[in-house]
Design a protein around this ligand. Sequence first.
Ligand code: ADP
Ligand code: MG
Length: 250
Amino acid sequence: MKNCVIAFEQASQTEALRRSEKLKSALLDAVTHDIRTPLTSIKASVTTLISELKREISLDERSKYEMLLVIDEECNRLNNYTEKLIELARIEAGDLRLYRRWKALDEIINTAVENSKQILINHKLNVKLSEELPAVLVDSHAIAEVIYLLIDNAVKYSPEQSLIMITASAINDAVEIMVEDEGIGIPVEFREKVFDKFFRVNEGGARKGVGMGLAIAKSLIEAHGDSIRIEDTKKRKGTRFVIRLPIGDN
Ligand SMILES: Nc1ncnc2c1ncn2[C@@H]1O[C@H](COP(=O)(O)OP(=O)(O)O)[C@@H](O)[C@H]1O
Ligand SMILES: [Mg+2]
């Protein structure tokens, strides 16, 4: 029996080690891809612009403008990436403070939709909130951020002009918020894994991303004692995320 316990402990240590190695290599991949790729573009553009200023080469206005746009966009990407890394590190260090207040759910959803205006320009959006939505005792910024992250994914993983639906309704002692798209969908076998940090189905295909959105979303939701899951959509394509917030002051 004792041997058995020791063997078990060793096995779980090996497993922990294996997981931490895997995490390190995922982190390394992420850093290589998500930090070096933008840095390489920025560096290339800046070097070219400096050469032009030194009159070593000549560029027309249009090319210079395009290089500045590249620099601007890649800086935004790095900024966004760093913010997410910091947020995730904070969450993992247990430094996540929620400021819970009673808040109307439609207000929270409207804030998230308002913040998503820019990214939603090439999609159709349908927001359907049932009339008698109760107030919820949550950190409204955190919940709005989660909804934003789900909208961001819905946009990214579905074709332009397709429909994104947001619905909210009270179900027994909880409210459920759904964000649904008509995109590429998530195979059933990955519906837990996608919440792991840095995990991306097929490395995200051609789509840019860092694999931190859902890990952040899940931590924020679980910090509330609430849950988030993925369901089949009624149509045969697309993805439906469901956030479940219990009503009541526990
Ligand atoms: N709405 C969606 N439709 C299809 N796949 C999705 C959707 N949302 C998330 N995914 C998959 O889950 C992965 C993890 O999502 P996320 O953590 O937000 O990272 P990112 O969007 O940066 O890749 C994505 O790379 C993608 O493979
Ligand atoms: Mg994402």
